[in-house]
Design a protein around this ligand. Structure first.
Ligand SMILES: Nc1nc2c(c(=O)[nH]1)N[C@H]1C(S)=C(S)[C@@H](COP(=O)(O)OP(=O)(O)OC[C@H]3O[C@@H](n4cnc5c(=O)[nH]c(N)nc54)[C@H](O)[C@@H]3O)O[C@H]1N2
Ligand SMILES: Nc1nc2c(c(=O)[nH]1)N[C@H]1C(S)=C(S)[C@@H](COP(=O)(O)OP(=O)(O)OC[C@H]3O[C@@H](n4cnc5c(=O)[nH]c(N)nc54)[C@H](O)[C@@H]3O)O[C@H]1N2
Ligand SMILES: [Mo]
Length: 765
């Protein structure tokens, strides 16, 4: 019998086609104007060979090996669910009792799946919070530096993740769009929480058709689609701050800065101006100065500056540009440039971060809440900036500085992850693994044998979204989606909520965890809460039964254009920003007051340790960019057909310019070894005219597959990346500041092993 079931995922909504208990195909959601290909990997992932079929415990852990044991090397012993639940509950109680709540790391960062109720990370945090507390993680890998900086200088994170100046405003008012990091198509394949409609490409076409001129300032030409006919400015990675300073100098030299706006809407121009002119440090930040750092010709920098000052311009940068050492600086300087142009809050002008980073930024929408779980309390828990996880594990008792605070790092005894993949998302994985092995116990809930599951002590098999009912919803999307269960749980997989409810029972708080609701009651509860909130904002949503039967709710379209900061622009006194001065802080007394040597009171050029102008480039001459994959979401769907079709001899592709390939005697399709002092991985060479010489690029997300000698056979760039905070202000991840060398891999090609389950031992007696 063939049935179809409405469903949603981060990569799009679809109807799952189910035959004899298997998902055999998917059909795109009828209201999606531009569905992406990723949904077609879903059946492969759901029925993959590397689904975890039952609970397991690492053989060494069962024998009593705890702190310091080498995880990831011994076999897994199958256990029953009852046994697994008892082991985890007892170990949780032991760690809490002996070492306190903070000894459990439960931040569990990661995207999990779409679906607001069964969201794994939320479920785990709820469980650990109700159980007494845990060490958690704040900010994110996406824009951790930016989101710490922005409240200081603009008083809000709206320009990064909120309601931003929309495409209709851009189409009508913008003439020039300067895009640092471009406007990549691939990133708009996904929306966190569940994409209903992919409106990015239709809007980009409309904006291009309206005559807006695009400039792609990026090491990679492919960061703008051909139909935008963008000018390509192939900048050296991590030098955007210098380029923007050079533009600022050119604008000043021509006397084109907006004196009125700088005086009425900003503070600190008197401190940045002398820095730009070189009065404070003896170095005028001329286009010629910037050209030497960026390798963008001075004439181009000057031309772009004068053009931006001459027509209504929108400035934008992808989130990647701050995922680098000193990543706060380019964003702060871009805000300063927008202030010099006087465009902040004017239709089609100003600055927005991330139009090209995710689906839904700039899509017209009415402000309505998304369906969500009620928040969890974490009594007294320590919170570290997410990307400092290795330091947390390495340096118990020591102090971590972050955004003006001193955080004393707890001694982590138990690591518990649900819905994230630290061996995907973190930098310098060989170092992370050393820290990871310091814990007594690692628990991982996962549908698949990903690297965290393979490096856990207790592995709990989770269902995929197709095996349960849920609601897909995102503030960046106008469709709320019913996610119908399509197939029964595979093998012994269980829902995260259900396994945690059993552990809560073993620990005596089941009813507080479940609130005595089953899945159906929870979904109705969450939906009804959402309906009530929408009702207060003037939108009457259908009742749950109608929503569930129809499969979706469409929220209304706005009837006018939206411009971020328009009230402030009109009247800064009546509508101040939420900064100490109420104005744009080109100079921040607060940040200056932190006394961090690497980030002062105004934006400035500071060279990262690893970039093409650094001394280290003599030994490691290639700058490695590790960007978001077009073929999957992070590590998710790497088991699918879309990712497989893109790989070269089973390895993740690495882009290289023809010049760099010739210099190394490499040909398209070769398997290469990419290495530096931190690690090495294999990749499949793809020669491209679109990548700037001196730069190579490899997408993230190929599952980590370390061989005995540490070589990653598959192509996970995080064995190479540098694990340093962006600065003590943001402590974000610096994945994009990474130098490497590349050579042909001439040894016998080792097979990729991570596509098979790990070694399984005999069941325990
Ligand atoms: N070098 C480099 N590294 C980067 C980046 C970069 O640009 N360069 N980008 C960073 C960014 S921005 C991000 S956001 C992170 C992303 O990092 P993550 O969000 O950690 O990556 P995902 O692969 O999405 O991890 C989600 C995991 O949850 C699991 N999962 C899915 N559904 C369920 C479920 O229902 N239950 C349970 N228990 N598990 C589930 C999936 O199988 C998957 O392993 O990576 C970061 N890392
Ligand atoms: N298909 C797909 N889409 C995704 C994701 C995914 O995994 N798959 N992940 C989602 C997530 S979690 C996030 S946070 C966003 C991330 O969104 P972004 O951070 O915007 O995405 P990236 O692909 O890392 O970077 C965009 C481009 O920036 C360029 N770039 C890198 N370094 C520099 C630099 O120093 N200067 C300049 N000018 N350009 C540079 C690179 O060429 C790269 O292609 O993407 C989201 N969208
Ligand atoms: Mo992200």
């Amino acid at each position: 019998m063939v049935e179809t079931k409405p469903h949603a995922a981060h990569w799009g909504s679809f109807d799952a086609v189910v035959e004899n208990g298997r998902v055999v195909a998917v059909r795109p959601f009828a209201h999606d104007p531009h569905p992406g290909a990723l949904i077609h990997s879903v059946p492969d992932a759901v029925h993959s060979r590397v689904r975890i079929d039952r609970p397991y415990v690492r053989a060494g852990w069962l024998k009593g090996e705890r702190r310091g044991s080498l995880r990831g090397s011994d076999a897994f012993v199958p256990v029953s669910w009852d046994h697994a639940v008892r082991l985890v509950a007892e170990e949780t109680a032991r760690v809490r009792g002996e070492f306190g709540h903070d000894a459990i790391l439960g931040g569990s960062y990661g995207w999990s799946s779409a679906g607001r109720f069964h969201h794994a990370r939320s479920q785990l945090q709820r469980f650990l919070g109700l159980g007494g507390g845990f060490t958690t993680q704040v900010t994110n890998y996406s824009y951790g530096a930016g989101m710490t900086l922005m409240p200081h200088i603009l008083g809000t994170n709206e320009p990064i993740q909120g309601h931003v100046t929309d495409w209709p405003s851009i189409a009508r008012h913008t003439r020039l769009m300067l895009c640092f990091g471009g406007l990549p198509l691939k990133n708009a394949l996904v929306t966190a929480g569940g994409a209903g409609a992919h409106e990015y490409v239709p809007w980009l076409r409309q904006v291009a058709g309206a005559g807006v001129r695009f400039v792609n300032i990026s090491p990679f030409r492919g960061d703008t689609p051909d139909f935008l006919e963008a000018e390509w400015v192939p900048i050296r990675p991590n030098t955007d701050t210098a380029l923007i300073l050079g533009m600022a100098h050119a604008i000043l030299a021509a006397g084109l800065e907006d004196h009125g706006f700088l005086a009425s809407h900003c503070v600190g121009w008197d401190k940045l101006r002398p820095y730009i002119l070189g009065e404070t440090d003896g170095t005028p930040k001329t286009p010629e100065w910037a050209a030497a750092i960026t390798e963008v010709p001075a004439g181009t920098i000057r031309r772009l500056a004068l053009e931006a000052a001459g027509v209504p311009s929108m400035l934008t940068a992808t989130w990647s540009t701050q995922r680098a050492e000193n990543g706060e600086q380019p964003w702060w300087m871009l805000v300063a440039l927008a202030a010099m142009l006087g465009g902040i809050g004017k239709p089609g002008q100003g600055v927005v971060f991330g139009y090209g980073s995710i689906n839904g930024m700039g899509t017209p929408r009415v402000d309505l809440p998304s369906v969500s779980m009620p928040g969890t309390r974490n009594p007294g828990g320590v919170a570290i900036p997410v990307a400092r996880v290795t330091e947390l594990l390495e340096r118990p008792g020591e102090v971590l500085q972050y955004n003006g605070r001193d955080i004393t790092l707890p001694d982590i005894r138990m690591i518990w992850w649900a819905g994230g993949n630290p061996f995907h998302h973190h930098q310098d994985l060989n170092r992370l693994l050393r820290g990871w092995c310091r814990a007594d116990t690692v628990v991982v809930q996962e549908p698949w044998w990903t690297a965290p599951a393979r490096h856990a002590d207790i592995v709990l098999p989770a269902t995929t979204t197709l095996e349960r009912n849920d609601i897909g919803s995102s503030s960046h999307d106008r469709f709320v989606r019913a996610m119908h269960q399509a197939i029964p749980p595979q093998a012994q997989a269980r829902n995260d909520h259900d396994m945690l409810a059993d552990m809560a029972e073993a620990l005596g708080f089941r009813d507080r965890f479940t609130e005595q609701r089953n899945e159906d009651a929870w979904l109705r509860h969450l939906y009804d809460r959402w309906c009530a909130a929408c009702g207060r904002m003037g939108f009457e949503a259908p009742d749950f039964d109608r929503f569930w039967a129809e499969g979706y709710v469409e929220t209304p379209k706005p009837d006018r254009e939206f411009v971020l900061f328009s009230d402030f622009a009109r009247d800064a006194e009546a509508h101040p920003l939420n900064t100490p001065s109420g104005k744009v802080e080109i100079f921040s007394e607060t940040i200056a007051g932190f006394g961090y040597e690497e980030i002062g009171g105004h934006p400035a050029w500071r060279a990262p340790r690893e970039y093409l102008g650094a001394e280290k480039a003599a030994q490691w001459p290639l700058h490695l960019l590790s960007y978001q994959p077009a073929t999957r979401l992070h590590g998710q769907l790497d088991q699918g057909r879309v990712a497989a079709a893109d790989k070269i001899q089973g390895r993740e592709p690495i882009l290289m310019s023809p010049q760099d390939a010739v210099a190394r005697g490499l040909s398209d399709g070769d398997v290469v070894r990419i290495f530096n002092e931190r690690g090495a991985c294999l990749g499949g060479l793809r020669i491209s005219e679109g990548i700037r010489p001196g730069v190579v690029a490899m997408a993230t997300g190929a599952w980590w597959d370390p061989a005995g000698d540490g070589l990653d056979r598959h192509g996970n760039p995080n064995v190479l990346t540098q694990d340093v905070g962006t600065s003590r202000l943001g402590q974000g991840c610096s994945a994009q500041s990474c130098l490497v060398q590349v050579e042909r891999f001439d040894a016998a090609l080792p097979p990729v092993a991570v596509t098979e389950p790990p070694a399984i031992a005999e069941a325990a007696a």
